[in-house]
Design a protein around this ligand. Structure first.
Ligand code: CO
Length: 134
């Protein structure tokens, strides 16, 4: 069911500073910031040859990464995103297997204008998993 690793996401306290660090210290191409109000985050993508790194900063009240950053003030690895061919089939399969889908269980449109879902980290070895329809 799992396809390619689409990205690894890192929550950061200061998106501008993190983007600058990736550009200047690490010599990477970094996209322009993209606000995703429905997800409560602003994101950039660091482009590396075989995948992407998503840097996330909280946006607005009640951001889902605010509590994470309160516990990890200097930032930290937040989730991994795998591609799937059919997100609804993947969701139904995972629910049948006992995995918990976060939110109302319906895919939302993610940063790449494709449907995404998140799976409960307690069901996956402490790792938050994002699924994106490829
Ligand atoms: Co992501």
């Amino acid at each position: 069911m799992l396809g390619r690793l689409n990205h690894v996401a890192i929550a950061v306290p200061d998106l501008e500073a993190a983007s600058a660090q990736y550009r200047t210290m690490l010599g990477a191409d970094v996209t322009e910031p993209q606000a995703l109000p429905e997800h409560g985050v602003t994101v950039v993508f660091v482009m590396v040859p075989n995948t992407k790194i998503e840097l996330l900063e909280p946006l607005g009240e009640g951001s889902p990464i605010a509590a994470f950053l309160a516990k990890n003030p200097s930032g930290g690895m937040h989730h991994v995103c795998y591609e799937v061919d059919d997100i609804l089939a993947a969701r139904d399969h995972l629910k049948n297997e006992g995995a918990r889908v976060l939110g109302d269980g319906e895919p939302k449109i993610g940063a790449h204008n494709k449907p995404v879902l998140f799976l409960h980290p307690k069901d996956f070895n402490g790792t938050l998993i994002e699924l994106e329809q490829a």
